[in-house]
Design a binder for this molecule. Structure first.
Ligand SMILES: Nc1nc2c(c(=O)[nH]1)N=C([C@H](O)[C@H](O)COP(=O)(O)OP(=O)(O)OP(=O)(O)O)CN2
Length: 132
């Protein structure tokens, strides 16, 4: 029988309210300062469940995501060091969140992929997948 490869995933959600302006004519009216609520979803993935039979403890995953989002909450991202001089698009915001999450994981995490997605409105979402 062929060996099946399983991808076990755990997803936790949170949201942030931010302000930003996208300083590029490409973005039309969004060049002006405006607010956004981003629904952020972090998915952790591994090929084999850990000895507890989980991808990751749900509470630990939620706390990790919340801690990474805290410095972004109610901030004007035009003034945030990670985005000064760049348009803080949803794609760049989730790449930043993914980087911060990857940095914050314990060294023995055993995960192989991390995905961060954000929904800015019900019709539009972006995602980034990072191999760990
Ligand atoms: N790929 C992306 N496109 C856009 C982003 C983004 O982060 N990634 N962000 C914006 C604005 O910040 C805002 O969310 C929407 O602005 P809006 O002017 O309403 O843009 P739309 O594309 O929805 O509508 P238009 O018809 O182009 O005005 C914009 N795009």
């Amino acid at each position: 029988m062929p060996r099946r490869i399983a991808h076990h995933r755990l997803t936790v959600d949170d949201h942030i309210m931010i302000a930003h302006s996208l300083d590029d004519p490409f973005f039309g009216p969004a060049q002006r300062l405006h607010g956004a609520t981003l629904h952020v979803r972090a998915t952790f993935e591994r090929l084999q469940l850990d000895p507890h039979g989980v991808v990751m403890d749900i509470g630990a995953a939620s706390e990790l995501l919340s801690a990474v989002l805290d410095p972004l909450r109610h901030r004007n991202l035009d003034e945030h060091p990670a985005f000064v001089g760049t348009a803080s698009t949803t794609e760049r915001i989730i790449a930043h969140i993914a980087d911060q999450l990857a940095e914050a994981l314990p060294s023995d995490h055993g995960l192989h992929v991390l995905e961060v997605a954000a929904e800015e409105n019900p019709q539009a979402r972006a995602a980034v997948r990072v191999e760990l």
